[in-house]
Design a protein around this ligand. Structure first.
Ligand code: BTN
Length: 248
């Protein structure tokens, strides 16, 4: 069964709220969703704006896993967002870009930010933060973004309300979390690969201190990206901004 969803009218950041609760001894599982974030955060220290009608929610979870094992949940999250988005738009328009950006018609429609910290007992807390552009896409970004409302399927008159979307995401997440818990990472990895084009084509990876250019060469068993450089060496990339295809 999906974790309960707590809906707040406003908070600074649902990830920050989850962290505060974890550090105060709360274990979850609990989804914390907010209709407005005043200090939403994205990857690599960037800000994340949450406009009215868009989803911003974080799953607070406690696990007996290493942070590396827990990072597999980034793939679980991407599949959950994929399923949510594909309920409302033609599924052929939805893809995943390594590692966890869900794209709609080739443009970013969501963002996922995992944060974690230790608990005394060999357990860790995890805050799995997900933002989905349901009604509107932010403008002025380096790469154009889009929203579910701009691509609704013919049989969908309106995009989901905040409450519908928040609960539906909790359900699609639980579906993939159950598969990961019961069957391990492999079926999750395979489902993710099936939805992720470009894993064997031209690729640029912007890392914190260098930019690599080469050809993507699939992923490692832990989900890291293999990138073959012009001199034939292979670099394994586990985090960074990665651009695929001829327009990389
Ligand atoms: C990205 O940069 O792509 C990740 C964006 C993650 C945004 C979500 S919105 C809900 C949660 N709360 C935050 O402050 N960030 C995440």
């Amino acid at each position: 069964m999906a974790a309960p969803v707590l809906i707040l009218q406003e908070t600074d950041s649902t990830n920050a709220e989850a962290r505060k609760r974890a550090e105060a001894g709360e274990f979850g599982p609990l989804w914390i969703a907010a209709k407005r974030q005043t200090a939403g955060r994205g990857r690599r220290g960037r800000a994340w704006d949450t406009d009215t009608g868009n989803l911003a929610q974080t799953l607070l979870l406690t696990l007996e896993k290493t942070p590396i094992e827990a990072s597999q949940l980034t793939f679980v999250s991407a599949l959950a967002v994929y399923d949510l988005v594909a309920r409302h738009v033609p599924p052929s328009l939805v893809t995943i870009k390594w590692p966890n950006d869900v794209l709609l018609d080739g443009r970013k429609v969501s963002g996922i930010l995992l944060e974690s910290g230790p608990l005394g007992t060999g357990h860790i807390w995890l805050a799995i933060g997900i933002g989905v552009n349901v009604l509107t896409a932010p403008t002025g970004l380096e790469r154009p973004a889009t929203a579910i409302a701009d691509h609704l399927s013919a049989d969908r008159v309106t995009p989901p309300s905040f409450e519908e979307g928040a609960n539906a995401l909790a359900e699609t997440f639980q579906h993939w979390l159950d598969i990961w818990t019961q069957q391990g990472f492999e079926p999750v990895r395979q489902a993710w690969v099936d939805r992720t084009p470009g894993l064997y084509g031209p690729c640029i990876a912007r890392l914190s201190n260098e930019t690599l250019e080469g050809t993507a060469d699939g992923i490692e068993s832990d989900g890291s990206l293999r990138l073959r450089l012009a001199d034939g060496t292979v670099r394994v990339v586990s985090a960074g901004d990665v651009f695929f295809g001829v327009n990389a």
